[in-house]
Design a protein around this ligand. Structure first.
Ligand code: ARG
Ligand code: ZN
Length: 495
């Protein structure tokens, strides 16, 4: 805090303010949403979390989860009450040591009213004690909690936290994490970052994980089950921890043959994106039945289905690319999803070129030519797709096509400088599509307004770029399908 010099009049006014009782009119409840137009009630207003300490106990046989969450935050307004996003049953809430009143509201709001109101700009410690069976809870009629034969997994986008810890559930409010989970002996518990220690007592083993870089709530993962855990260090010096369910059946070999290449692929991506931003890398493959993968920070979630057709380094490249594009640099609002998915897809194109299975330009030409102008594909605007199309294939493929168009416009030198500079420019923070355009314009020295508008914000097929008209005839099937195509496409939800 900077001491401020107040005029005598102001001093008198200040002491008058202090004399006003807690019910003063300037106090107001924190908003039930952080202000994201796609998801108005996701996240909350009035405070900013710096750290989550989650101390959990999970019983796979019954899906019973018990927890104490200690949340360190700072108020950003005078608060009479504030919300957390959460679905489990709360038994006690304390704010700065004092018992607080709490109630539920809306689809997933826990409303906390502290005994004394919280002035703007103060540090707050919130302790929430809770328990529940996550698989019995839903909001808006859905659940993203995934039980497995020997445990459970929390990994989904844009929401997964509600089922296992109370939070300010929006990427704008990133925080560090300690996740400590006790599970029955013989079962493992995984989360993000580095395993600090384990301990055993009375039939339970406790795993203590720590992520010391800011992390978005949806990138915070929990996996419980019977896993085989492998450890190593990449040539570039990044520690790697991977885990495979002991129940992967026919997919076991292909999963390992892909995910065990994490260290090599992190190093390879560092060549394009700059130094790996975190202290640990890796992935886990639980025995889930859903099809997607998710870039959970430092510890990527892979569905076993990603490996049902053999090894798949392309999906590993995609999720690892997100560690720079999405995890270290997170979106400001969910409309900015192109910065995540367009670039993770483009990394797969770079990998395809590296593997000799089709160049980025061939992939771009194929995307362009294989969707005729009346294809609904072109109605999706990757720069602002809307919540229903947030993960539409167009955000990925048209999104990567836009990146190739940017590359062709600014030239390779500027393009690769942008690709590497961006993750440094906004490391561990948040940024929007508009921020990206401004950055690309600064680095390239070109005005890119028309290019961004055409490729990201118009619901129509752009005219073929002059330099590509010879290669792209516009007739579907006229452009040969690159060898990597099917594998890349399968990165999106495999059903
Ligand atoms: N970011 C993920 C990926 O592209 C997509 C997750 C989509 N979510 C879902 N539930 N299918 O790797
Ligand atoms: Zn992705």
């Amino acid at each position: 805090m900077h001491p401020r010099i107040l005029a005598p009049g102001a001093l008198a006014a200040a002491s008058l303010l202090l004399a006003i009782p807690a019910s003063a009119a300037s106090l107001s409840p924190g908003a039930p949403g952080i202000g994201d137009p796609y998801y108005p009630d996701y996240g909350n207003g009035g405070y900013d979390v710096s750290h989550y300490d989650l101390r959990l106990k999970y019983q796979p046989a019954t899906d019973e989860l018990e927890g104490t969450a200690t949340i360190l935050a700072r108020t950003t307004q005078d608060l009479s009450s504030f919300d957390l996003d959460f679905l489990l049953d709360v038994s006690e809430v304390r704010v700065n040591g004092a018992a607080a009143a709490f109630t539920t509201s809306g689809q997933h709001e826990l409303v906390v009213t502290p005994k004394t109101p919280l002035p703007k700009g103060t540090s707050v410690t919130v302790v929430v004690r809770y328990s529940g069976v996550p698989s019995t809870k839903s909001a808006y009629g859905f659940s993203t909690w995934h039980r497995t034969p020997d445990g459970a997994v929390a990994a989904d986008e844009p929401e997964a936290a509600w089922w296992w810890y109370p939070s300010n559930d929006h990427p704008l409010d990133k925080a560090t994490y300690d996740v400590s989970v006790a599970v029955p002996d013989g079962t493992q518990a995984l989360s993000n970052g580095t395993l600090q220690s384990t301990s055993s007592k009375l039939g339970w083993t406790r795993y203590n994980w720590r992520e010391n870089k800011p992390q978005a709530t949806y990138l915070t993962t929990l996996a419980v089950g019977k896993f085989d855990i492998t450890t190593g260090t990449s040539e570039g010096g990044v520690p790697v921890v991977n885990a495979y369910s002991k129940d992967l059946g026919d997919n076991d070999g292909a999963a390992r043959a892909s995910v065990e290449r994490t260290g090599e692929l992190v190093d390879w991506l560092s060549g394009y994106f700059g130094p790996y931003p975190f202290a640990s890398a890796g992935g886990y493959v639980p025995n889930t039945t859903t099809g997607y993968a998710l870039e959970t920070q430092t510890r990527v979630y892979y569905s076993p289905k990603q490996f049902a057709n053999g090894s798949n380094t392309s999906v590993v490249v995609h999720e690892l690319a997100h560690q720079w594009y999405g995890d270290s640099v997170s979106l400001k609002g969910w409309k900015d999803i192109w910065i995540n998915e367009g670039f993770a897809r483009y990394a797969q194109w770079l990998w395809s070129e590296h593997e000799g299975e089709g160049t980025t330009q061939e992939l771009a030409d194929y995307v362009y030519a294989s969707h005729p102008a009346d294809d609904a594909f072109w109605t999706v605007k990757p720069g602002d797709p809307g919540p229903d199309d947030q993960f539409d294939i167009a955000v990925y493929d048209r999104g990567a096509l836009a990146i190739q168009a940017l590359r062709n416009e600014v030239g390779d030198d500027a393009f690769f400088a942008i690709l590497k500079g961006w993750p440094q420019e906004h490391a561990y923070g948040n940024a929007s599509v508009a921020d990206f355009r401004a950055y690309a314009e600064r680095v390239s020295g070109k005005s890119l307004a028309a290019l961004f508008d055409t490729w990201l914000f118009q619901p129509v097929k752009p005219a073929a770029p002059a330099a590509r008209t010879a290669a792209i005839t516009g007739k579907a099937g006229a452009v040969a399908r690159p060898k990597s195509w099917k594998r890349i496409a399968a990165t999106n939800d495999v059903h």
